[in-house]
Design a protein around this ligand. Sequence first.
Ligand code: ZN
Ligand code: ZN
Length: 278
Amino acid sequence: MNKKLIVIAGLAVFLAAGSSVAYATHAWGKYHWNLSTEDTLANPLKLGDNLTTANWESSLAGASDDWNDSVLKNQIVGGTSPDCDPTLGQVEVCNDAYGENGWLGIAQIWVYRGRDGHIAQGVVKVNDTYFNWPAYNSSAWRNLVVCQEVGHTFGLDHQDEIFSNANLGTCMDYTNDPDGTILGQLDNQHPNLHDYEMMETIYAHVNSTSSGPGNGNGNGGGNGKKPTGVGADINLNDPSAWGQAIKQDGEGNDSLYRRDLGNGLVLITHVIWEESVN
Ligand SMILES: [Zn+2]
Ligand SMILES: [Zn+2]
């Protein structure tokens, strides 16, 4: 009797620890925009559309719509940065044939140094060099990657990083079967409820401490100081510019990088490699 209780208690502790680890690792450290839901209802976070094809714009429109079910509201605006140089206070989204550099898509955020983990600006890039290959040239692949990279710029990490695991039904899950039709499984083109819950957790403190309507500084809200030299001088497409690898995906490839830019900002790069299919 007592033994059984101990075993059950031990199991409960194990399960609790397991689930808290799973939740903790989903968030991208503590990175987030210093914007409450109220702020973004009044002034949605801008996703600058620098995309050059209707296919990509369709994927971005879908991702924007999906993520607007979260606590952080966004809007697509005309892009002003075809080269995808970052713009303070918003996310730039770009496609180009970036070459056979290995990556299918990247999400980069510039975070103010210090404990708050506030995001200054973000960039999403998708690589047409690979999306022109038959293996990736589908709306399902485009939707998965755009949804995932935009999710990263809001502060989310992956729910699962093993490509061959069964789909979890979220774009924050690596897969070789984005819409689930090859293996008859869940569709990974959109966020799921767990992503929305994570967003609530990540943004809880800005929502609970928000006093009055808005924080008065719109989407530029960081630590109140403008960063200088946002990194336009480094080639952000080149993995050698991303700094130190701090995490590996399920295939053992580096998937997350950190570089201190020395100007009060830290560059965080999340990458999905094209090896997934080949
Ligand atoms: Zn904060
Ligand atoms: Zn990712």
